[in-house]
Design a protein around this ligand. Structure first.
Ligand SMILES: [Zn+2]
Length: 309
């Protein structure tokens, strides 16, 4: 299929088409090899960023090769595709993106690379948080209940692309969503133990709105839903006043951001840094947030500890 320009343009809008509409024209599955011929090559899945790549790894049929365009600890908001990334996209059997306008660069990248397969949107069908000027908050993975929806959408795209592995894909989806549900309950318990008035946190960009809405935490940040522009001096001064006035006790660095700004805010407000939150990317392998579920667990644990005081 050729990439439908209208589909791509709809990725950032609240009225996303159902996922099956996006995947309906997926390439037909490769035919089984005749006896004595080479085996079918492993399915190649390219995810836009590390969190989705991990979900895809959990949900993909055995033997799939999953790679990520934007790697661990990297900021997808300001990613600039390299020619090598374009070639990787062109060779993919399926491309997976977050949607909600998170990957502002994907439309052009698909066009330039010549990739003609399915672009599956993990956030398809969910109700996003919205702001002024038709802005949409893309960070829906920060709510485990919405991540469950991601898993179901991703599994549906995989089952459509690789129908002969449907049963295995369904089993993996059931196992993964059960683990998501269990962690969701655990996070509610941890944060529920903190008095509501103490649940105020400062981070560097506004990536935790879904987390805050789901688990009852107020997040303040000098930068908005993306990191394209520097925070204003007024926004920084406002946060420093807020720390002093309201005694905000938890200030966190983000793994994808320059730590100096948050350190300055903490310093001038007379507050202590509570640790590092993983917002838009996993940690490197061996780090505290090397998978999506470990990332959510890590964030909730250090938040609960800092807010308890
Ligand atoms: Zn972000």
């Amino acid at each position: 299929m050729t990439m439908n320009r209208r589909q791509i343009l709809q990725f950032g809008s609240a009225a996303l088409p159902a996922l099956h509409a996006l995947t309906a024209r997926a390439q037909a599955p490769a035919p089984a090899p005749a006896p004595g011929t080479a085996p079918i090559p492993a399915p190649r899945i390219v995810a836009s960023f590390s969190i989705l790549a991990d979900m895809a790894q959990e949900l993909a049929p055995t033997g799939a090769q999953v790679t990520s365009l934007v790697g661990p600890d990297a900021d997808a908001h300001v990613y600039e595709p390299s020619p090598a990334d374009g070639r990787r996209l062109a060779r993919a059997d399926l491309v997976l993106i977050n949607g909600l306008g998170f990957e502002g660069w994907i439309e052009r990248m698909v066009k330039v690379s010549g990739y003609r397969g399915t672009v599956a949107v993990a956030s398809s069908g969910l109700q996003p948080r919205t702001g002024g000027h038709h802005n949409v908050d893309p960070h829906a993975w920060q709510d485990l209940a919405l991540a469950r929806r991601y898993a179901v959408n991703i599994s549906a795209a995989f089952a459509e692309r690789w129908p002969r592995q449907r049963e295995e894909i369904a089993r993996r989806n059931a196992d993964y969503t059960a683990r998501i549900d269990s962690l969701d309950r655990q996070v509610r318990d941890w944060l529920g133990a903190v008095p509501r008035a103490q649940r105020r946190v400062i981070t560097s960009h506004d990536a935790f709105g879904y987390f805050g809405a789901a688990y009852g935490v107020d997040f303040l940040a000098p930068q908005g839903w993306n990191t394209h522009s520097e925070p204003s001096a007024a926004a920084v001064a406002r946060l420093i006043r807020q720390i002093k006035k309201d005694g905000v006790r938890a200030i966190f660095i983000e793994n994808i951001s320059d730590r100096r700004l948050v350190e300055r805010i903490a310093d001038e407000g007379g507050a202590r840094i509570g640790g590092t939150l993983y917002s838009d990317a996993l940690s490197k392998p061996g780090g505290p947030a090397a998978t999506y579920l470990r990332m959510m667990e890590h964030n909730a644990r250090i938040l609960a500890a800092a807010l308890q005081g």
